[in-house]
Write a protein that binds this ligand. Sequence first.
Ligand code: PLP
Length: 387
Amino acid sequence: MRLARRMNRLGTETAFEVLARARALEAEGREIVHLEIGEPDFSTPQNITAAAIDALHAGQTHYTPSVGIPELREAVAQEIRRTRGIPAEAENVVIVPGGKPIIYFTVMALVESGDEVIYPNPGFPIYESMINLVQAKPVPVPLLEENDFCFDLPALKKAINKRTTLIILNSPQNPTGGVLCKRDLEEIAELAIDYDCYILSDEIYSRILYDTEFASIASLPGLWERTIILDGFSKTYAMTGWRMGYGVMPSDLVPAFGRLATNSVSCTAAFTQWAGVEGLCGSQEEVDKMVARFRERRDVMVEGLNAIPGVSCRTPSGAFYAFPNIKSFDRSAQEIADYLLQEAGVAVLPGTSFGSYGEGYLRLSYANSVENIEKALIRMHEALEKL
Ligand code: PLP
């Protein structure tokens, strides 16, 4: 087959590849603990599922406007006003199938080939993939363990220049579980204004926070006018398979995002959008319960990892990932991840799946039962002691 050359520039997400390898071992009869995939293991709250079923029965089975139904756009705007304190209206909101299309649409709409785009390393691999797709220059800024995985501000200052069109931020972060603090956000905001850049603020884990209040860069003075907020339903409401997310942005960008939706997905499924209205406007009790459960699991995971000789792990403040340091084993993160899958039957991701600054780390998702986490920790402990 002769694929178009642009396909060579398109990356992927290793989590799905590791999942496939783990499934192949399971097919051979091995028992694997899955800590590789980043999705809540809980069911979608009942009230949301019921709203989708009601919407299906009510005939919500047709196309909707490309940017989403007005009711959900308004519900999202309300949520953003409440949680970020910015004057978002329905006209600022675009509903899409999952958070990912907002990354794609932002880069397509705002970045020319040859422009420079700053993004976190380690970071969600789709950022770099999209930047490469449009033939822009990916400019990674390290997130360092010694800074609690905050942006390396001196590196950012060095990296930014007049060709920088877009800065991509993610907080709480995948894969480190780190959170960008207010002071960092303020410095990044100042640079974005000085260099007249847009910001894509990936806030998909905004509700999964343990120790701090959520802070969005869009809430800072002068930033709402240049920020595209990405958030959605996948992580907050355990709805990864529903495919629903949104972007909140200056209203003059909305027609471009709508056109990209029209040209690709047409719209997000109608009945899922009605379920989304229930998600945002209905009881939030289930979300609070899920976050409480994630906190318990985080504590089990971090304590267990730190008890393994040669492993050290900071306590993540958000998302559902631990990012332990495994440098003392003197092997690559890929080697250690392969070893743990084969030897211990524990599927994890090498930190390098998220960029070169992930070398020396593993990413473990603790969106799994305490029982499975404990089992994985025992097996990892035994396997790593043999190295
Ligand atoms: N952004 C980050 C940082 C993520 O970790 C993910 C999913 O893992 C997404 C965006 C995409 O979310 P969705 O499944 O809603 O497309």
